[in-house]
Structure formats: C-alpha cells, structure tokens
Design a protein around this ligand. Structure first.
Ligand code: FES
Length: 118
C-alpha cells in the first residue's frame, strides 16, 4: 500500500510505493532504508542493510505503529546506536505496512553522512 514519508530535518516529503522498491537490494523488502535510498537520500548503511551495524538508526516520530515491532536482533543492534530513543528503529529492518503516513528523523550526527543526490 502506498503511503507518504516525511524526512526530517530536511522536511522532504515523498510517496512510497512498495512495488517500486523491489529494485532496491539493501535492507528488508519495503524497509525505510529502501524507501530513503529509492528517493535519492544516501542513508548510511554500513552493513549493507542486514541489521548488524546500527548506522541506519532513524527515529520514527509518527506512524511507528504501522511498523512491526523490532525483533530481538534489531533491539540488540540498536543498543549500540547513539542517542537511542523509544522510537528508534533500524531503517533497514523497519518495514511500514502502508496503513499510515510515516515521519522519520535522521539523527543530527548522521546528517553529514547523508548526501542527497537530487
Ligand atoms: S544498515 Fe546496518 S543495521 Fe541497518
């Protein structure tokens, strides 16, 4: 199901079509990481999107209840993320089901590593 994603602090808003994400290879199918990469946001993802590094840490400030809860592996990995919050997720493991629009915040210390290519 299509939904809208807002990314802070840039304020960029785009529509996410899960079908269009099928060409993306890093991260779980339909994950926030895939949506960010597909929209041209070069989100850092050092482990290639397999839930093993926490460099893709994002904070889902709205719409988080449309994403399945983190499994044990994701929770373990997040424990090493800087600035952990209750709404923290690994972008590569968090897959919105499209029932709600989602607002994602990329932590400020990751901003320098995020290069927008469009
Ligand atoms: S890219 Fe490594 S945990 Fe998400």
């Amino acid at each position: 199901m299509k939904y809208r994603m807002t990314v802070h602090p840039s304020g960029e808003i785009f529509e996410v079509d899960p079908v269009a994400l099928e060409a993306e290879r890093d991260g779980l199918p339909g994950s926030i990481l895939q949506a960010l990469l597909h929209s041209g946001i070069d989100m850092d993802h050092a482990c290639g999107g397999v839930g093993a590094c926490s460099t893709c840490h994002v904070i889902v400030t709205e719409g988080g209840d449309s994403i399945a809860e983190a499994d044990e592996n994701e929770e373990d990995c997040l424990e090493s993320a800087r600035g952990l919050t209750l709404q923290s997720r690994l972008a590569c493991q968090a897959v919105p089901n499209g029932s709600k629009d989602v607002i994602v915040e990329i932590p400020v210390w990751n901003i320098n590593e995020v290069k927008e290519s469009h």
